[in-house]
Design a protein around this ligand. Structure first.
Ligand SMILES: [Zn+2]
Length: 395
């Protein structure tokens, strides 16, 4: 869409470019910001002064340097802006309040059982107003809105195109439904994309290049983040490594209609299915229960780990050949001990299987520490991302 520009729009564009550089590239001095954004030092200085005055950015004092005039360092101000993030899944609803510096100020959560839209909007409205009330009146004026993350493919219009775990939501205009319920501006995003945005702005990948985020929800999701921005692709479905076919005659995948998809071997849902099939009746997908099984050295969990590591390592080989990302982040609703074992075994399998052309390159595999709040946190990071990004077409 071609749009006329005027000075004010240009200034807003530059303001967001600078905020984004500070937030996601961890550029801290005026010189670094100018180098990163390509703007003149004068323009950067003016805009940074402006951002300090309105409270989005704050000075962190002078950097410690051995000689010369040390530069003043800047960072985003924690109380510069706030956002609410909501993670909605078939069995769990989590809401968090996050500030511009990425600190979780408050959290609400409840178990749900395939909630109707009405149940989900009612619960979300209650949580959102409780979270907003925890802010002072002045801070409430800086609440940018709410990010809602769902385990499905979300179109640019905020409608869910495909969501196997909550099929009743397919085609529903979630933006309007949740905006009516909460009176907040709402953005709807796929759960793995939201979690990726959270990791790019505030996680181990702040300031990093290209990375893949692998999310363990009930199923398995993933997203591709390039220099701080999620890459969504033509059909909003980029980075879905869960649907790389690992076995040509494998089981039918209800999500994509293919066979032998990676997610079928790697997800928590897949582990729970195997446990149930082996006669663990009355089994629920509780993380504590899985953690207990793993600690006991359960054969089924061990076999699942080996099979999952094998499948995941093949997925990583595809990604290495196709994208060659700088790093991978793994996080979500999987007990951390189990996740770190899975990642270790995956790396070992990758090293055994990888193509010779990869040389002796090691994979950069990071395990996030947000656990089951990774998606809600990422959902909150989305409105903060949008307010600090110049190119809105990227999200
Ligand atoms: Zn599939």
């Amino acid at each position: 869409m071609a749009r006329g520009t005027n000075l004010e729009q240009t200034r807003e564009f530059n303001r967001r470019t600078i905020l984004g550089a500070i937030m996601r590239q961890a550029a801290t001095s005026r010189t670094e910001i100018a180098r990163y954004t390509g703007l003149s030092l004068t323009a950067v200085s003016n805009i940074v002064d402006d951002l300090v005055r309105v409270g989005w950015v704050e000075s962190r004092g002078r950097r410690q340097t051995p000689r010369g005039q040390p530069p003043i360092e800047y960072d985003v101000a924690a109380d510069g802006a706030f956002a609410i993030g909501v993670a909605l899944d078939r069995d769990l609803l989590i809401a968090v309040l996050v500030d511009l510096a990425g600190q979780v100020r408050a959290e609400r959560r409840t178990a749900v059982d395939e909630p109707t839209l009405r149940e989900a909007t009612d619960l979300t409205a209650t949580f959102a107003s409780e979270l907003a009330e925890s802010l002072s009146r002045r801070e409430r004026g800086r609440l940018l809105g709410m990010g809602l993350a769902v385990p499905g493919v979300v179109g640019q219009n905020g409608r869910v195109r495909r969501m196997v775990r909550l099929p009743a939501y397919e085609g529903v205009d979630l933006v309007t439904a949740f905006e009516r319920a909460t009176s907040l501006e709402v953005t709807v995003t796929n759960d793995a994309i939201a979690a990726g945005v959270g990791a790019a702005s505030y996680g181990p990948m702040r300031g990093a290049g290209t990375f893949f985020y692998v999310l363990f929800a009930l199923g398995m999701g993933s997203s591709l983040v390039m220099r701080g921005h999620p890459y969504r692709g033509l059909w909003e479905a980029t980075g879905r490594i869960g649907h790389i076919p690992i076995e040509s005659d494998g089981e039918l995948c209800p999500a994509c209609g293919g066979r032998g998809c990676l997610a079928h071997y790697v997800s928590v849902e897949a582990l729970v299915e195997r446990l149930q099939a082996s006669g663990h009746t009355g089994w629920t997908a509780s993380l504590d229960a899985i953690r207990g099984r793993y600690a006991e050295g359960d054969d089924i969990v061990e076999a699942w780990l080996d099979r999952a590591a094998e499948a995941l390592s093949r997925g990583l080989i595809v990604l290495e050949n196709l994208i060659d990302p700088d790093a991978y982040v793994f996080d979500g609703r999987m007990p951390s001990e189990l996740l770190s074992t899975l990642v270790q075994r995956t790396e070992a399998r990758y090293l055994a299987l990888r193509p010779r052309s990869a040389g002796d390159r090691r994979l950069q595999l990071h395990i996030g520490d947000r656990g089951d709040t990774a998606v809600a946190f990422g959902a909150a990071a989305v409105p903060l991302y949008l307010a600090t990004t110049a190119d809105l077409s990227l999200l």
